[in-house]
Design a protein around this ligand. Structure first.
Ligand SMILES: *Cc1c(COP(=O)(O)O)cnc(C)c1O
Length: 481
């Protein structure tokens, strides 16, 4: 006993380093502040994209030795910050940009320090209430009833998985029913929905790509036709997936008309608004989302439309029973956890049990800034997209359909040369340049360059920097071909 005690005291002494004292904490914070400050101050002049330029990737190896924080941050900066795309940069105009407002870091910091157990109401009623109030706010924004359930996820992919699973369980698509079940979506549906279908064990369902109109929106007449044919053939349609802001070109499917059809046929209507959802907060764009409030489930990503750092998506589901059927579970070692029917626990609404207290990274900025500044920032992003497209049109580019939100497409049509080849080389030159990052896509076998404006750091000056870059890249491409 005495020997064990002595040994324990020695081990305790070794462990004290894990609880730095005030002086050491201050030193750590100074290093972090210096690192963060320098990172943010340099964003404006730094490149948005660099090809992989590692100095010595071995420095990232975990070799069990302890190092100085300043040395660690130095290695991090060179090996992680430098190579590849910089999503924190306002010049990130590719894919769907994120952002990383400072207040996300403040929320994460407090969440990590307090380490509240946000999975179960019993563990931290306050943390669960806080997350539920954030979800309530999102229900309100999206026109969902207060009786709907929601879950804060790590991102849109998991949020889509939760919704697809609920649709599956509500319609009892299991066993032999799987091979008769039909899911309707479009070729513009985000690929994570296909992944979710597979993970949910629905890989053998019939997947129907609904034809698109000239603006790449779902053709409602075709949807109706397909459903009728499938019904006639003894199949079981159960799910329609629409997008409120496709990733590729940012357009919104005709949600209201789709809702008419899903209601008439008693199908689950899922809307993926991971990218575009928060644009509903703008009065001038609200009408485009008409019908979203009629959906059965909805995915919306605060780490896109609210400019948070990566790590926050959300799913809203109207049918409580369906959502609980997939996820609610009581293990024997949780028998003390009192359930509360006013406050649902995240653990009952998602595959997760112990989880990051991620609601705080959204709750804090909403409390700190209010909502209007986010509306204005989204309004600015949409305006910048239109400003960008008008600028490239004047430079001689062909531009795609008028964007619904803040993603547009454009391409160059060279005289007597293959346009796809030209735009492919132009894209390579843009990545080589790196002042601003753009990405490309293929639509109807044509290569299009995309511009996606969604970083809170993108402003008029960024777009004009991009014009300069495009002029230079266009010159270089012409000389190369
Ligand atoms: C980004 C996106 C997703 C995937 O969300 P993640 O947060 O990247 O997991 C799904 N759907 C759409 C429309 C998206 O834009």
């Amino acid at each position: 006993m005495k020997e064990l005690r002595t040994q324990l005291l020695r081990l305790e002494h070794n462990a004290t380093i894990l609880e730095p004292n005030a002086e050491v904490r201050k030193k750590f914070m100074n290093h972090l502040e210096e690192y963060a400050g320098e990172f943010i101050e340099n964003l404006d002049t730094d490149l948005s994209f660099r090809s992989d330029e590692t100095k010595d990737p071995d420095r990232l190896k975990v070799n069990g030795q302890s190092k100085d924080l300043s040395e660690i941050l130095h290695i991090f900066k060179e090996e992680v910050d430098l190579p590849g795309l910089n999503p924190a940069s306002g010049g990130h105009l590719g894919y769907i940009p994120g952002g990383g407002i400072f207040a996300t870091a403040m929320g994460d910091f407090i969440a990590a320090i307090s380490n509240r157990y946000a999975g179960l109401y019993f563990g931290s009623p306050g943390a669960v209430r806080l997350e539920n109030r954030v979800i309530d706010w999102m229900k309100d924004v999206c026109g969902y009833p207060s009786s709907a359930l929601g879950n804060l996820t790590s991102g849109g992919s998991i949020a889509n998985l939760i919704a697809i699973t609920a649709a599956r369980d509500h319609h009892e698509v299991e066993g032999a029913a799987v091979e008769k079940a039909v899911i309707y979506l479009s070729e513009q549906t985000h690929h994570c929905v296909h992944k979710a279908v597979r993970i949910a064990g629905l890989g053998k369902c019939h997947m129907r790509n609904i034809p698109l109109d000239a603006n790449y929106n779902i053709r409602v007449d075709s949807l109706e036709e397909m459903i009728n044919i499938d019904l006639k053939n003894g199949l079981k349609p159960f799910l329609v997936v629409a997008s409120a802001g496709t990733t590729n070109i940012g357009n919104i499917d005709p949600l209201d008309k789709i809702a008419d059809i899903t209601e008439a046929h008693n199908l689950w209507f899922h809307v993926d608004a991971a990218y575009g959802g928060f644009f509903i907060m703008l009065d001038e764009l609200k009408h485009k989302f008409k019908g979203m409030e009629r959906s059965d489930s909805l995915v919306i990503d605060p780490h896109k439309g609210l400019f948070l750092a990566y790590g926050l998506g959300a799913v809203l589901i109207k049918n409580k029973a369906a959502m609980l059927k997939s996820h609610h579970y009581r293990a024997s070692y949780l028998q003390d956890a009192v359930e509360n029917d006013q406050e649902y626990s995240p653990a009952d609404l998602s595959p997760e049990l112990t989880k990051h207290f991620r609601g705080l990274r959204l709750w804090l900025p909403l409390q700190l800034y209010g909502v209007e500044v986010f509306q204005d920032a989204l309004r600015e992003k949409r305006g910048l997209c239109l400003y960008f497209l008008e600028g490239v049109r004047r430079m001689g580019f062909e531009i795609g359909p008028e964007p619904d939100l803040s993603v547009g497409i454009f391409r160059y049509n060279p005289i007597n040369k293959d346009a796809n080849e030209f735009n492919k080389i132009l894209m390579k030159e843009i990545h080589k340049d790196g002042r601003v990052f753009l990405s490309s896509t293929i639509i109807n076998e044509q290569i299009w360059i995309r511009v996606a404006v969604l970083s809170f750091r993108t402003h008029v000056s960024t777009v004009e920097k991009c014009f300069d870059m495009l002029e230079d890249c266009l010159e270089r491409t012409k000389s190369l071909m």
